[in-house]
Design a binder for this molecule. Structure first.
Ligand code: BMA
Length: 359
């Protein structure tokens, strides 16, 4: 991989690498809890896709009280848009905790999902052959697991598979590759890692979306010059003629940080990264930008301006969850900012590809 011979972050920053082509939308944040007709506090980390002639978003809503880290719960909300910028939120959540427990129960046949499942969150949407799929994370009594399900209609969701713990941040590729479905994922091993986060991106495949295997390491923390903590997938990949273009999240820790968001200490910073994977063998990285695609800089990302009431919940967080290539060659990237609001940034697809090689 090209970046293995690359300079450190500080020397890269002073060199003449191509700057990120991504431009933040003027209307940011494009969707917040204030747009939701039911109890909502933090609206972020949405999955977004184009489906049945419109833009469709499923967002995470952590509801409680501003500034208070004891939340009442989390549900998933639905929003639609004709242009990907102005959104209308459906009257009720699309999946709440009770529904999630019922939906997952068939895959937990010898357990009571009511006791087993505590939280269902971080939706990621992919359309394959006109069918809408959603990956998600589930906090259970026995660890965090990733899941994949299919919408038979927007009112009918079937959970197809759950992973073993600990895994999450799963995203599906939008088509089968060599006859198999493919996903990116982020297991989080503890044993052997010296008690610190060192989480990497893995790739697996499946003949039927239920049974997964052939897992391989795709990208390690040490491969990303601006990460010193952990990595994971972000938005589901898009097809381009040069390869699968995909974002990821990359975290660095600034130990000097004190109060920074609603928690007493939050020392992490989440960037968006970008890479290009081989079309026929997506476990092969064709190119990866050595600089971040997006780093928290705008007030709604650093958190100081995330809401009129308070800082963001977790300041300095950018977490892409949706990536759409429109007919005009512009890629829209949707991301959660400060774990508080949902934002949009865009760039021409050709420039994003060039950024993977020259950025
Ligand atoms: C991760 C997940 C994400 C979140 C991020 C930053 O562990 O919970 O949903 O955006 O932390 O807080």
């Amino acid at each position: 991989m090209r970046h293995l011979e690359l300079p450190s972050v500080s020397s890269a920053a002073t060199s003449d690498l191509m700057p990120s082509p991504l431009v933040r939308h003027r209307a940011n944040p494009i969707l917040t809890a204030r747009d939701v007709p039911y109890h909502a506090t933090l609206l972020f980390n949405a999955g977004v896709c184009r489906y049945q002639g419109q833009y469709l978003m499923i967002f995470r809503n952590d509801y409680g009280r501003w500034g208070d880290t004891t939340f009442d719960g989390t549900n998933l909300g639905l929003a639609t848009s004709p242009d990907g910028v102005s959104w209308t939120v459906a009257a009720k959540p699309i999946i709440d905790l009770n529904t999630a427990r019922q939906l997952a129960q068939p895959l937990l046949p010898h357990r009571d999902a009511k006791h087993e499942i505590h939280r269902f969150y971080d939706p990621r949407l992919t359309v394959i052959d006109d069918k809408l799929y959603m990956c998600f994370a589930v906090d259970t009594r026995h660890g965090v697991v990733g899941g994949i399900g299919v919408f038979h209609s927007l009112n009918q969701f079937e959970v197809l598979t759950l992973t073993t713990p600990d895994n999450r941040n799963m995203v599906l590729f939008p088509e089968k590759i060599e006859g198999r479905y493919v996903r990116l994922e982020r297991p989080f091993p503890v044993y052997g890692r010296g008690g610190v986060d060192r989480f990497d991106i893995w790739i697996s495949s499946s003949p039927d979306l239920r049974d997964w295997g052939r897992s391989r390491l795709l990208l390690g923390v040490e491969d990303v010059p601006y990460a010193n903590d952990k990595l994971g997938p972000a938005a589901p990949p898009i097809r381009t003629d040069k390869g699968w273009l995909t974002t990821f999240h990359a975290v660095d820790i600034d130990p000097s940080r004190g109060k920074n968001g609603w928690e007493k200490t939050w020392k992490k910073r989440y960037h968006a990264g970008l890479m290009l994977l081989d079309l026929a063998d997506p476990s092969r990285i064709v190119a990866i930008a050595r600089q971040p695609l997006l780093t928290p800089e705008a007030p709604y990302e650093t958190g100081e301006g995330a809401t009129p009431e308070t800082d963001g919940f977790r300041n300095h967080v950018i977490f892409p969850g949706g990536m759409i290539l429109d007919e005009d060659g512009i890629v829209k990237i949707y991301y959660g900012a400060a774990d508080t609001v949902e934002c949009l940034a865009s760039a021409p697809v050709d420039e994003l590809i060039r950024f993977c090689f020259e950025g």
